[in-house]
Design a protein around this ligand. Structure first.
Ligand SMILES: *[C@@H]1O[C@H](CO)[C@@H](O)[C@H](O)[C@H]1NC(C)=O
Ligand SMILES: *[C@@H]1O[C@H](CO)[C@@H](O)[C@H](O)[C@H]1NC(C)=O
Ligand SMILES: [Cu+2]
Length: 232
């Protein structure tokens, strides 16, 4: 009985501590929750994805099947995501985009294939083994500039926070993900890449995903995923 009570408290405590990314932010303006972001399976539970081969690693909508409205933005915008609750777990963040193929729409496309490129990341800070810090601690929103050379058209934009507090064991990193829908105008003729498939981009053995962040203190940190596309 005592154990059951403690377990319940721990479980609910975790649920309260967890977080989703329901809002897009454009030029400083935070949009309504789940208006332009597909409503994720965990909109209530806030549970993470831990199986890196699960289709839910992409947009986490296998149960909701949700689509959203598509937000018009100009390629010179700053863009980002707002959270429902501030980031609680130590971890790192990536943002990927994928261009919707001709003949499809951001609202109907599933994002399959080797189509995703990274546009932004917030990594860990190390200094040779004396400390490791996580700039996403307590993050409640973030914005970044997308390259002006991004070709005009419709895109999915996907955020992932990779929580690393349990990541010393294989399969225990926790991923909090969501996909927004964008219609980009005024873009250029860049060639975004490198392109990866999601799931597929990670196998779980990456040094930035299978890692003990506590002891010994990592001397360096390798951000998971491809290099950021810088606009070429
Ligand atoms: C972005 O481009 C549009 C259209 O060219 C322009 O009206 C706007 O001022 C630009 N915004 C910024 C932040 O540069
Ligand atoms: C995307 O934006 C362009 C330029 O504003 C507009 O002409 C087009 O209709 C939009 N497409 C969708 C699907 O909203
Ligand atoms: Cu947790």
């Amino acid at each position: 009985m005592r154990f059951a009570t403690v377990a319940l408290l721990v479980l609910s405590g975790q649920a309260f501590a967890h977080y989703t990314f329901p809002s897009l932010i454009v030029n400083g303006v935070t949009m309504a929750p789940w208006q332009y972001v597909r409503k994720t399976n965990n909109f209530n539970t806030r549970r993470p994805v831990t199986d890196l081969n699960d289709i839910n690693l992409r947009c986490y909508t296998s149960e909701t099947k949700a689509t959203a409205s598509t937000l018009d933005v100009s390629a010179n915008s700053t863009i980002g995501f707002g959270l429902d609750r501030a980031v609680f777990h130590k971890g790192v963040l990536n943002v990927y985009m994928a261009k919707v193929p001709q003949g499809s729409t951001a609202a109907s496309w599933d994002g399959s294939g080797k189509v995703w490129f990274k546009v932004y990341e917030i990594s860990a800070k190390t200094n040779g083994g004396s400390s490791i810090t996580f700039p996403t601690d307590q993050l409640s929103r973030f914005e970044f500039k997308i390259p002006n050379s991004l070709p005009s058209g419709q895109y999915l934009i996907r955020v992932e926070h990779i929580a690393l507090h349990n990541a010393a064991d294989f399969g225990e990193a926790q991923l909090y993900v969501a996909c927004g829908q964008l219609n980009v105008s005024g873009g250029g003729s860049g060639n975004p890449g490198p392109l990866v498939a999601i799931p597929g981009v990670y196998d779980g053995n990456e040094p930035g995903i299978l890692i003990d962040i506590y002891y010994p203190i990592p001397a360096t940190y390798t951000q998971p995923g491809p290099a950021i596309w810088t606009g070429q």
